[in-house]
Design a protein around this ligand. Structure first.
Ligand SMILES: Cc1cc2nc3c(=O)[nH]c(=O)nc-3n(C[C@H](O)[C@H](O)[C@H](O)COP(=O)(O)OP(=O)(O)OC[C@H]3O[C@@H](n4cnc5c(N)ncnc54)[C@H](O)[C@@H]3O)c2cc1C
Length: 413
């Protein structure tokens, strides 16, 4: 039976809100402590404000999408997975839709609807929310948790769930506080590092394309002669280099590389065509626009902003008439379209990463309950754990599943 003392949930993000809702639903007294003025700031900016809640893949597909720590989530997923999450959201008024790549979003395209639903889940079940309340320390004695300390008071609890998130996008409130507490309580914290992070690129032409987003491209990451990985999908040029789903997925390998000197990205602008087919395609376009200058003859093939860059890199005079283009020059264009090289300088900072890799070591947390194996009554949920997923809704599902299980286990202590 739940004691008269509360379950204290530290952090009102994805993991904390669902943990609080589930613990309260099971009859526990629950207090959520959130240092911001309002809950769910990171959730609100997730998926560009649309919140990619989860993915419609099965558990095996999910497992392939956590480069860090996915297997730890088996129990949590068997307990509360994407169908249960969608049902819960539906109960609180959020209808959902599936998009490309199995990504699931609220039908309204509003992340705020997801935050509101989670808040309603917690509140209607009786959880108390205290915002602008920053936890400074976890209070423990003799290997058992006693509660938490804020600047004003000691709050006693029979269980504490740390759901303070990672260390990226610190303006949302995730400043890595939970890592310090976990370490102070004897937990191993795997050094937090950026995952899903944009990349700095050396070539200046990349910066000229700032804001241009490309769909259906293939990007290969190489180190010297070695191919490290290839991804297909969407990417974006920025003022410092590149970002977007394909780049974010590849970024983990860049972060992991100690020697980053020979890292290169190879952008294939026409992955559906091989060299021969692309050459034929160019010949057709050149036939069609034979009286035009090259700079005006590539509109059918490329986004407008890319045309001058591709021509510059090919070394061909942009004003040259298409009928004067030599076979060698056309072949050079084909090469560039299939392999536009970019020198990787390195990842952007942890603050700019979508997700933090590293965190509380999974070896010291029980995957069936999310309880610490070192301090009884202490639970971890969400991004604070040493788990990170690719883009596609995998990070939020990890936060929801681990949060739900932590809330349930804490209530059932
Ligand atoms: C720009 C962006 C877009 C993203 N888009 C997606 C997406 O579409 N799909 C997806 O799956 N994932 C996405 N992610 C990742 C996903 O948002 C996170 O993995 C997820 O929100 C983690 O949830 P959490 O509850 O563990 O932590 P958070 O959501 O970070 O919540 C932690 C909370 O704890 C509070 N807190 C911290 N320290 C204290 C303290 N000392 N006292 C009190 N409160 C404290 C914070 O203020 C915060 O509210 C995105 C991330 C970013 C940055």
């Amino acid at each position: 039976m739940p004691s008269h003392l509360p379950v204290i949930v530290v952090g009102g993000g994805a993991a904390g809100l669902i943990a609080a809702g589930r613990a309260a639903e099971l009859g526990a007294k629950v207090i959520i402590l959130e240092k911001n003025k309002a809950v769910g700031r990171k959730l609100l900016i997730s998926g560009k404000g649309r919140c990619n809640i989860t993915n419609n893949g099965d558990i095996n597909t999910f497992m392939e999408n956590y480069p860090g720590g996915g297997r730890f989530l088996y129990s949590a997923f068997h307990h509360f997975f994407q169908p249960e999450l969608l049902q819960l959201l539906k109960r609180y008024g959020v209808e959902t839709k599936v998009e490309r790549g199995g990504r699931i979003f609220p039908a309204s395209d509003k992340a705020s609807d997801v935050v509101q639903a989670l808040l309603n889940y917690a509140r209607t079940n009786g959880a108390e929310l205290r915002t602008q309340t920053e936890v400074l320390e976890i209070w423990q004695a003799d290997g058992a948790v006693k509660g938490v300390k804020t600047a004003e008071e000691h709050i006693e609890g029979y269980a504490v769930i740390i759901a303070t998130g990672g260390k990226s996008y610190p303006a949302t409130g995730s400043t890595g506080d939970g890592y310090k507490w976990a370490a102070a309580l004897g937990h191993t914290v795997i050094t937090p590092r950026p995952a899903l992070v944009p990349l700095n690129i050396q070539e200046e032409w990349v910066k000229e394309l700032q804001g241009l987003s490309l769909k259906n491209v293939a990007v290969t990451l190489t180190h010297g002669e070695k191919v490290l990985a290839k991804e297909f999908g969407e990417m974006l040029f920025t003022h410092f280099g590149v970002s977007g789903p394909v780049i974010l997925t590849l970024s983990r390998l860049v972060v992991e590389k100690e020697n980053r000197r020979e890292l290169k990205l190879h952008l294939n602008l026409k992955p559906a065509l091989d060299e021969e087919k692309l050459d034929k395609r160019l010949q057709r376009d050149f036939q069609k626009y034979q009286r035009r200058q090259l700079q005006n003859a590539l509109d059918d093939l490329l986004p407008k902003r890319l045309i001058p860059i591709v021509i510059r890199l090919s070394g061909i005079e942009p004003a040259k008439f298409v009928h004067q283009i030599t076979r060698e020059e056309r072949h050079k264009l084909v090469q560039i379209l299939l392999d536009l090289g970019m020198t990787v300088l390195g990842p952007r900072s942890l603050a700019e990463a979508i997700v933090t890799a590293g965190g509380v070591s999974l070896r010291e947390v029980n995957p069936r309950t999310m309880e610490s194996k070192l301090v009884s009554g202490l639970y971890f949920a969400g991004e604070i754990l040493d788990i990170d997923g690719f883009t596609g809704g995998y990070n939020l599902q990890a936060a929801f599943s681990s949060g739900y299980l932590a809330g349930e286990s804490a209530a059932q202590r």
